[in-house]
Design a protein around this ligand. Structure first.
Ligand code: PLP
Length: 382
């Protein structure tokens, strides 16, 4: 038998550094509360921002689709796996984002791989915010284009890259709501720069889709900039309460992806019931003005309380509110104590966030009550 000591050693080191990660078995739906080992915890670390993961209409849509189409999709999209719910969902998403076409993929991670490793080509530049999601970084690393990073306030650095004649085409890539700090990208400024230098702008609205904008299309919609974003990437896995990623753009971009994007071509189509659920979720999202309002009120309430108590919330302006602790061990201890007191808020540590910025990443749901938020704040302080 081969031994795997080379892995065990590294795992032990992760343990010593308070960086070990373990799976937590949850035995209920991921609502405002969850059941773990028979006891109830208030959930403050889920991306189920609008509580759609347990929405009865969405569940019924999935069940109906299962009755009609079965469960597995049995083939990749280009072979025999393009089923009407996939196509209807794509039409709906294209319309919501004001684009000519859209494409759904099994995950948001794969969508970033598909877009960023297919559209920018050899000789091009991918210009990324330093703290973008791992899927964007990994996609950029495997892209034929070169990639460079900037800090989100370094507009002079972005401009220098955009002005360079070293590259054929330049693509600015950003999240709209940053997943770990909960702040917003300065989309207005990025649009201004992309226009000035004739660059392309790709925006990942993973954490904004459903939560921001009059119809829930995200930050670009909220700012009136939907037409200025060339390619929108997002996921159905967060506020929409389903799973799967999607991209919306010009038809020619989508046709190109269908023909060339390996993470789209060489994988089985998304579950049909998931796409049917997605159609229902988008219908709900478009009208979910009250849920968005409540989510914002909850976030503003929590942030104000934490700031008053002297906690650093890293410039958060959204429903993601980090409490920066810094030290890994202290963060893990705080998360464990909160768990014992009835809250699930996982400790986020490097490499997910930069060294020295370990944190509790609190994410709000529209169904959280002020009493639940108060009790969390009380527990954090003690
Ligand atoms: C900004 C961002 N993009 C993409 C993803 C990946 O989406 P998915 O979970 O659907 O793979 C995530 C989170 O998981 C994310 O935070």
């Amino acid at each position: 038998m081969s031994d795997f000591n080379f892995l065990s050693e590294e795992l032990l080191q992760l343990q010593r550094d308070n960086l070990i990660r373990q799976l937590l078995p949850i035995d209920s739906a991921a609502g405002v509360t969850v059941k773990i080992n028979g006891s109830e915890k208030i959930l403050f670390c889920s991306n189920n921002y609008l509580n759609l993961a347990e929405n009865p209409e969405i569940i019924a849509a999935a069940k109906n689709a299962m009755d009609k189409f079965g469960f597995g999709s049995a083939s990749s999209r280009l072979i025999s796996g393009s089923i009407t719910p996939h196509i209807d969902l794509e039409k709906k998403l294209a319309k919501l984002f004001g684009k000519q076409a859209a494409l759904v993929l099994p995950t948001g991670f794969m969508t970033n791989l598909a877009v960023l490793q297919t559209i920018p080509q050899k000789g091009d530049l991918l210009l990324l915010d330093k703290l973008v999601h791992a899927s964007i970084i990994d996609a950029a690393k495997g892209s034929q284009a070169q990639f460079r990073t900037y800090h989100r306030t370094q507009f002079d650095k972005i401009e220098k890259f955009l002005a360079s004649d070293e590259y054929e085409r330049k693509f600015i890539v950003t999240e709209s709501v940053f997943s770990m700090d909960g702040d917003f990208a300065d989309l207005k400024k990025l649009v201004e720069l992309k226009k000035k230098y004739n660059a392309y702008l790709i925006v990942d609205e993973a954490h904004a889709f459903g939560c921001l904008g009059g119809r829930g299309a995200g930050l670009a919609e909220e700012l009136g900039l939907l037409n200025d974003v060339d390619i929108v990437v997002a996921t159905l896995s967060k506020a929409a309460g389903c799973t799967g990623g999607f991209v919306a753009a010009d038809k020619c971009v989508i046709d190109y992806l269908i023909n060339k994007a390996r993470p789209f071509i060489y994988t089985t189509a998304p579950l049909i019931c998931n796409s049917a659920a997605g159609i229902c979720a988008v219908d709900i999202i478009e009208k979910a003005v009250d849920k968005r309002k409540k989510l914002k009120e909850n976030a503003d309430y929590l942030r104000a309380k934490l700031n008053k108590l002297g906690f650093d919330t890293a410039g958060s302006t959204s429903h993601i509110v980090p409490v920066i602790i810094g030290d890994n061990e202290k963060t893990v201890k705080l998360s464990k104590r909160l768990f014992d007191e009835g809250f699930l808020v996982v400790a986020i540590r490097p490499p997910t966030v930069p060294p020295g910025t370990a944190r509790l990443r609190i994410s709000l749901q529209s169904d959280h009550t002020k009493t639940q938020i108060d009790s969390l704040c009380d527990a954090i302080v003690i």
